[in-house]
Write a protein that binds this ligand. Sequence first.
Ligand SMILES: Nc1ncnc2c1ncn2[C@@H]1O[C@H](COP(=O)(O)OP(=O)(O)OP(=O)(O)O)[C@@H](O)[C@H]1O
Ligand SMILES: [Mg+2]
Length: 320
Amino acid sequence: MTEAKTELLRVEGLKKYFPTPYGILHAVDDVSFMVRKGETLGIVGESGCGKSTLGRAILRLQEPTAGRVFFEGYNILGYHKNSMKTLRRDMQIIFQDPFASLNPRMSVSETICEALLIQKLYSPRDKEGQRKRVLELMELVGLAPRLINTYPHELDGGRRQRIGIARVLALNPKLIVCDEPVSALDVSIQAQILNLMQDLQEELGFTYLFITHDLSVVKHLSDDILVMYLGQMVEKAPVEALFERPLHPYTQALLSAIPVPDPDFDAQRITLNGELTSPIEPARGCRFAKRCPRAQEACLGADIPFRELEKNHFVACAMV
Ligand SMILES: Nc1ncnc2c1ncn2[C@@H]1O[C@H](COP(=O)(O)OP(=O)(O)OP(=O)(O)O)[C@@H](O)[C@H]1O
Ligand SMILES: [Mg+2]
């Protein structure tokens, strides 16, 4: 019998609003979900739908406007900012552009050591211990030992992302928010990094929130997928159910845009027309309605509940 996986992260009614000269921008609007230890939740949606803001609000890199974030059962939004320090080690983030997040003046060794030292995992004098750990981490992420004294500009995008991952691994986190970690890489290198992340998860039991605009990237990695549209959740389901029976017209459009390698397959690509709703003080009702091929009166005027239509399969659509 396999042991039931325990909950690691629970997000309840999370909101992040930004004041702008034109009104309040609803970047993340009432998002709730739960992720178990060792699992991956894929978070998808097009540019500007609030994926990065959601990831950052969960880690309190940007203070949420409302809601609760439970990590290992404790609401971390109730913590004083100063007591977030140990939690910071447990909750890490990997960014899209490793070049931007790496210091160009620091070698691979210095970059990884910095993480070890910030978290006081090694004494600054223990050079031998640090070097041993750096080499171990490099091996884990598939970086050859000879690269230990190289600098970011001497390495290609894939290797730079591997350093970014090694630096995160140095902290031995439990939750890793991956914000488009492969979007800046060539397709062949994307697959290598995704495989690496999957292997590390199996080996070290990480839990991932995997943010991407590209559904095909999270298909093989995710247990569940959450689809966002203009700050709101529109659909959430186990990955197989989402790909086999997408219920929300927006998810259906996203899926239809994934290229299919089989030339005999008659893919019906759904093109979305109509104007984008503004995230600034949006009206009640479905934010996708203006672009939705199935929109009716019922979609406007009142909030659309996020309902469980099949077991673990949730959707916010008045037409299904
Ligand atoms: N600091 C900020 N101040 C004001 N508005 C912001 C701020 N950060 C993000 N936004 C707005 O919040 C919304 C969500 O942005 P976010 O970067 O989270 O989207 P995203 O889904 O990550 O997009 P992308 O795929 O382009 O990375 C956008 O409308 C963005 O302009
Ligand atoms: Mg983003």
